[in-house]
Design a protein around this ligand. Structure first.
Ligand code: KG4
Ligand code: ZN
Length: 340
C-alpha cells in the first residue's frame, strides 16, 4: 500500500480491561487501557460487573484514544475488535460498539482473535524490537490461557500444546490468594520473588504427556503446604513470604520452560516468542534470555505495555487483516470460546 494512510481504531473488551488504540500503518499512535478496579475486593473477575464497567468505560476510552492520536472519526479506515475468546458479557460490549461505529461510519469491520493478537503484538513497529520471522513458536501465557503455538504466517497458527485445566496466570493468582495477597497476585508474587530464595521450598511438577500443561495440582500442593506449615507456626507466611513466592515462581517457570524446550526439540524451531499477562514476569523473561545464551534460541520478549490485555495488539492484527482485505460482516457475533 503506497502512500495511503491506514488508520485502524482497535477495541478490546474480552475480560476486565476496556481498551482502545489507534494505529497508522502498523505504528501505534495511542494505546489507552482502563483497568477495572472493582474486581479487587472479590479476589477475581466478576463477569456481570466487568460487563457493566465496560459499558461505562468504552465511550471515554475510545474518545481518549482518538484524541491522543489526533485522529478524527472520519479519518478512521477500519474498526478492529476482539470477537473472542473471553467473557461473553464483556465481549458483547466491544463487539456491539465496534459494529455500530463501523456501520455508522460506513467503513470495514475487522474481527480479531484475542489469543492470535497476543502473538501478533510482536509485529507492532517499535524501535529496538525485532520482529519474529516465520516459522516461530509462541507461548501465550495469561490468566485465561496457556498455549504453545506454531506460527507459520500472520494468521496460520496451530496450537501444539495447552493446559488441560487451570491457566498459568491462575496458578500465580490462586497461589497468591492462598498467601493472602490481593488479586491479581501474579505481579506481587513476581515482586516478592526478587528478594527470595527460589530453592527454599520444593513444590512438585505435574507429569503431563506431550506438550500439554496442568496447573490445578500445583495450586492444591501450595494450599496443603501452607496449611501444614501455618499449623506448626501461625506466622509462617509472614516470616517466609519472599522465599515462598520465589519458590512458587521458580517451579512455575520450570514447568513452562520444560515444555518449551520439548517443543523446540520436536519442531526444530528455535525462534520463540512469548505473549499474554504472564510474559511480564521477570522469571520467564530471564529464563528466555538464558536460553538464548545456553541453547542459541532467538527469543522475542514483548514490551511491558503489550503483555497484559491491550488494544494495540488488536490493532496490529486488524492492520494485517486490512492489508488482506479480510473484513467481517456487520452481522457478526461475539464468540466466548473462539478457537483458531
Ligand atoms: O493477558 P492478561 O492481561 O489477561 C488475560 O487474558 O487473562 O493476563 C492477566 C494475568 C493475571 O493472571 C496476572 O496475575 C498475570 O497475568 N500477570 C503476572 C504478572 N503480570 C501479570 N503473572 C506473573 N508475573 C507477573 N509479573
Ligand atoms: Zn489476554
Amino acid at each position: 500500500m503506497p502512500d495511503q494512510k491506514i488508520n485502524i481504531l482497535a477495541i478490546e473488551s474480552s475480560c476486565d480491561d476496556t481498551a482502545a488504540a489507534v494505529l497508522c500503518n502498523g505504528k501505534i499512535l495511542s494505546n489507552i487501557v482502563a483497568t477495572q478496579e472493582v474486581h479487587q475486593q472479590y479476589g477475581g473477575v466478576v463477569p456481570e460487573l466487568a460487563s457493566r464497567a465496560h459499558q461505562q468505560n468504552i465511550v471515554p476510552v475510545i474518545h481518549q484514544a482518538l484524541a491522543k492520536a489526533n485522529i478524527d472519526k472520519k479519518d478512521v479506515s477500519a474498526i478492529a475488535f476482539t470477537r473472542g475468546p473471553g467473557l461473553m458479557g464483556s465481549l458483547l460490549v466491544g463487539t456491539s460498539f465496534a459494529k455500530s461505529l463501523a456501520m455508522g461510519l460506513n467503513i470495514p469491520l475487522i474481527e480479531v482473535n484475542h489469543m492470535q493478537a497476543h502473538i501478533l503484538a510482536h509485529f507492532i513497529e517499535e524501535d529496538g524490537f525485532d520482529k519474529p520471522e516465520f516459522p516461530f513458536l509462541a507461548m501465550t501465557i495469561s490468566g485465561g490461557h496457556t498455549q504453545i503455538v506454531r506460527v507459520t504466517d500472520y494468521f496460520k497458527m496451530e496450537v501444539i500444546g495447552e493446559t488441560t485445566d487451570d491457566a498459568v496466570g491462575e496458578a500465580f493468582d490462586k497461589s497468591a490468594k492462598i498467601l493472602g495477597l490481593p488479586y491479581p497476585g501474579g505481579p506481587l508474587v513476581d515482586k516478592y520473588s526478587k528478594e527470595g530464595n527460589p530453592k527454599a521450598f520444593k513444590f512438585p511438577k505435574p507429569r503431563v504427556d506431550g506438550l500439554n500443561f496442568s496447573f490445578s495440582g500445583f495450586k492444591t500442593a501450595v494450599l496443603y503446604f501452607v496449611q501444614r506449615e501455618t499449623k506448626k507456626d501461625p506466622d509462617f507466611i509472614e516470616k517466609n513470604l519472599k522465599d515462598i513466592c520465589a519458590s512458587i515462581q521458580y517451579t512455575i517457570i520450570g514447568i513452562l520452560m520444560d515444555k518449551l524446550k520439548k517443543a523446540v526439540q520436536e519442531t526444530g524451531i528455535n525462534q520463540v516468542a512469548i505473549g499474554g499477562g504472564v510474559s511480564a514476569n521477570s522469571g520467564i523473561r530471564q529464563a528466555l534470555r538464558d536460553a538464548e545464551k545456553k541453547w542459541g534460541w532467538k527469543c522475542y520478549i514483548p514490551k511491558f505495555e503489550y503483555t497484559t490485555d491491550n488494544a494495540a495488539m488488536i490493532g496490529i492484527a486488524g492492520y494485517h487483516k486490512y492489508l488482506k482485505e479480510d473484513f467481517a460482516d456487520y452481522s457478526i457475533t461475539a464468540q466466548s470460546r473462539y478457537k483458531f
